[in-house]
Design a protein around this ligand. Structure first.
Ligand SMILES: Cc1cc2nc3c(=O)[nH]c(=O)nc-3n(C[C@H](O)[C@H](O)[C@H](O)COP(=O)(O)OP(=O)(O)OC[C@H]3O[C@@H](n4cnc5c(N)ncnc54)[C@H](O)[C@@H]3O)c2cc1C
Length: 486
């Protein structure tokens, strides 16, 4: 039997404990240490459909989450004012077309001026498809505290939970030798999972490099505030609203909005941010800023998240920013990849290196995709001028590709490493930021050897998306939730 020690009971500690125990069962003993005065960071309410690969392991359905955890359903993110005065929707991938995992309809619809968001939901609504939840792609808006308590209770008979504070970490030969806890004393394990959040208590003591992303993603501060709200209808989406110095998230829960103001300490002082956020809260909800809390972080990630006998999961492995709700997605991916690669618990070097390589690709994909959202070419503030003048190489190349040609599946690389977003997601964001040129697209299509077939397939695909959307009857999100709550 291998002994695992997990440090931290935030979302990453709980998800890691559950995946490890469900994957290896009696072959492992899992002890989770946490500080009960600060169980988790308390933000991280917007998820991606990947949440279900974890909930499935736990045998928890969408209906259970609605009834027992009080979640709402998310179909996508509405981006407001990234180009001032405009908005666009990034919806989840809904259905496949003729077995294709990517949509080609935009090749027809954009040059013909009838872009409809592809296979996905194309606009922000207060509705849900009138179908079984299992039949369409969706995610959840969750209250972090309620969700953590729910998972904690489900695991309490399988995992040893210990309320104790790690005081020092003993390292020998590039590995964790033991952890000294305030009450439990010296604790050893075969393997350690670092889920200690931004403290990164274990991994920061080991030999791994920090990849700093501040140059491209300068936002490094967040002020979160919950706002009580009586919903007549519940939005089925998160809002990401750009401001002149960052952006604000708005997440609809049952009786409140989770909101948060993100900015860069390089361009905005905490006082200035508090003032601007207060103005926004007063304007939007008629409430004042009530919190003193400022979450500080450095955007970036550790080159190797698995070093020796320690794996960092979640915030301890890195964090970029919450724009596409990738925090919980990454946690699930990291711990699942670790279990799959290390299935017989041999902790081989080959598997460790493979894990680290895949994890780095994951971070880079997320960083590129988030940087794409900032490709607004805005120059209306110091913050936006900096962003526009410091584009990541990938963004510059991607912008050129969109402007002079178009995107197809092959332009995004191997699907095995694209894993989170489909082609549609890139097109939705690039289209929302006016990155395509119709005339250049037509010239690009004209240069193709099989242009007639390419266009007729794209047209066929577009017709299919239109039929699919007209058939997809939507009903009130609130009513669906209330009918399950009964
Ligand atoms: C501003 C912001 C917004 C975000 N929004 C989203 C979002 O919308 N969607 C999304 O998916 N993700 C989001 N994230 C990321 C998400 O919050 C995290 O991925 C998720 O909460 C996991 O956190 P964690 O478990 O890694 O860390 P934490 O929740 O910080 O947990 C750390 C744990 O370590 C323990 N600990 C620390 N030090 C010690 C010690 N010395 N001894 C014992 N225990 C210790 C604590 O008790 C705690 O249990 C957001 C993050 C930020 C910063």
């Amino acid at each position: 039997m291998k002994k695992f020690v997990i440090l931290g009971s935030g979302t990453s500690g709980l998800i890691s404990a559950a995946v490890i125990k469900r994957f290896w069962g009696d072959k492992v003993q899992v002890s989770l240490y946490y500080d009960a005065n600060r169980k988790n960071i308390g933000v991280g309410e917007s998820t991606t459909p990947t949440i279900f690969s974890f909930l499935d392991i736990m045998g928890i359905s969408t209906e259970d989450m609605i009834r027992d955890v009080g979640v709402t359903i998310k179909l996508g993110i509405n981006f407001k004012d990234w180009i001032p005065g405009t908005e666009f929707f990034h919806g989840f991938h809904e259905v496949d077309f003729q077995g294709e995992s990517d949509d080609s309809s935009a090749l027809y619809s954009i040059p013909n001026g009838c872009y409809n968001g592809g296979l996905m939901y194309d606009k922000a609504t207060n509705t849900l498809p009138h179908e079984d939840f299992n039949r369409y792609s969706h995610a959840l808006h969750i209250d972090t505290q309620v969700f953590s308590d729910y998972i904690f209770n489900k695991l309490k008979d399988e995992i040893e939970f210990i309320d104790d504070i790690a005081e020092s970490i003993n390292v020998s030969d590039g590995k964790i030798e033991s952890i000294d806890f305030k009450n439990s004393g010296n604790v050893t394990a075969d393997f350690y999972i670092d889920c200690s959040g931004f403290n990164a208590l274990l991994i920061k003591n080991l030999d791994t490099k920090w990849n700093d992303m501040t140059e491209y993603l300068p936002i490094d501060r967040a002020i979160p505030q919950q706002v009580p709200y009586e919903f007549e209808e519940i939005p089925s989406y998160t809002v990401a609203e750009a401001t002149d110095n960052g952006w604000i998230w708005q997440i609809p829960m049952r009786k409140r909005y989770g909101t948060g103001y993100l900015y860069s300490s390089r361009f905005t002082s905490d006082e200035e941010a508090r003032e601007k956020y207060n103005d926004w809260l007063m304007n939007k909800f008629g409430v004042e800023l009530q919190t003193d809390r400022v979450i500080k972080y450095k955007p970036g990630y550790y080159e190797d998240a698995w070093v020796g006998n320690c794996l960092a999961v979640g915030l301890s492995s890195g964090f970029v920013e919450p724009l596409e709700s990738t925090g919980i997605y990454l946690i699930i991916k990291q711990i699942s990849d670790f279990a799959t690669l290390n299935s017989n618990l041999n902790f081989l070097e080959y598997n460790r290196k493979r894990f680290n390589a895949v994890n780095r690709i994951g971070y880079e994909l997320i960083i590129n995709y988030i940087c794409l959202h900032y490709n607004t070419n805005r120059e209306d503030s110091e913050f936006w001028r900096y962003i526009t003048n410091n584009k990541k190489e990938w963004v510059k190349d991607f912008e050129e590709k969109c402007k002079y040609e178009f995107l197809d599946v092959s332009s995004l690389g191997d699907s095995s490493v694209r894993f989170i977003w489909h082609l549609d997601s890139y097109i939705q964001v690039a289209h929302g930021l006016n990155m395509f040129d119709k005339d250049e697209m037509l010239r690009f299509i004209d240069s193709k050897q099989h242009k007639k077939q390419v266009m007729s397939f794209a047209k066929e695909h577009y017709d299919y998306t239109e039929i699919k959307k007209s058939e997809n009857k939507h009903v009130s999100h609130k009513q669906i939730i209330e009918s399950i709550d009964k």
